[in-house]
Design a protein. Sequence first.
Length: 261
Amino acid sequence: MAAPEPWYLPVGDEVQVFEAARRARLPVLLKGPTGCGKTRFIEHMAWRLWGQPLVTVACHEDLTANDLVGRYLLSADSTVWTDGPLTRAVRTGAICYLDEVVEARKDTTVVIHPLTDHRRMLPIEKTGELLEAHPDFLLVISYNPGYQSSLKDLKPSTRQRFVSLEFNYPAVDVEATIVAHESGVDAAMAHRLATIGDKVRALREHGLTDGVSTRLLVYTGQLIAGGIAPRRACDIAITHAISDEPDVQQALADIVDVLLP
C-alpha cells in the first residue's frame, strides 16, 4: 500500500527549484529557522519525485563517519559489514537528508564531499569499496542559521558544494491556511493563531531569535481542536514552549490577550 502524500503548501518556487536540482543531480541545502517547514518540504518532494521514504539522519555531536557509512558487526562467529544510512541511500537511489547538519562533528561531514561534486562517489575505507552513487541518489542537508556560531557553522568547503534553498515563516494568510489544514481548527481561529505567530516574531527586542514556529502554531491548533480553551492552548504551546523568562512570557501573554479576547 502506497504511503499518503505528505501535505505541503508551496510559498514560492521551491518545488520547481528542487525538481531542477534533482534533474541536474545537484546536492541541496535547506536553510531556515526551526519549524518553518523544511522537513515537511523534503518529505513531500521525496514522495513526489521518488515515491518512497527518504533516508533521514538527525545529526548530533556524537555522530561519526561510521554511523553514516557503516561498520562491521558481530554475527554468530563472524563479522558482517552493515551499510549505514548514507550508504544505503547511495546504493538504492534515495534522498539522504542530513537534518541540522551543523550539529555533527566537522570530521564527520567531510565524508559527504566526494558525493557532492562531479565524482558522486562514496569511498568506504573499511571494505576498500569505491561506491558510485545510483543515478537517482540525492543528498540534502539542512541547518538553522539563527543558531549558528563560530563553532557551529558550515565550513566553506562544505557549504559551497550545495545549491541553497532559503526558507522562512510564511505570510499570515498562507500560515493560516497551513494551521487550519494541519490542526483542524476553523479558518477564523487559524488566522488568529497565525497573527499571534507574526506578532511574536516581531519581539526581537526581547531576545527572541526565531520566535514561534509554524509547528508550534499547529500544535496550538490541535490542542484547541481537541477541546482545550484557546488561551490555555496558547499558554501551553506558545508562551511556555518558547521561553522561560518571565518578562518574555508576559509579552507573549499580552499578545494572546489582544488577539484572543
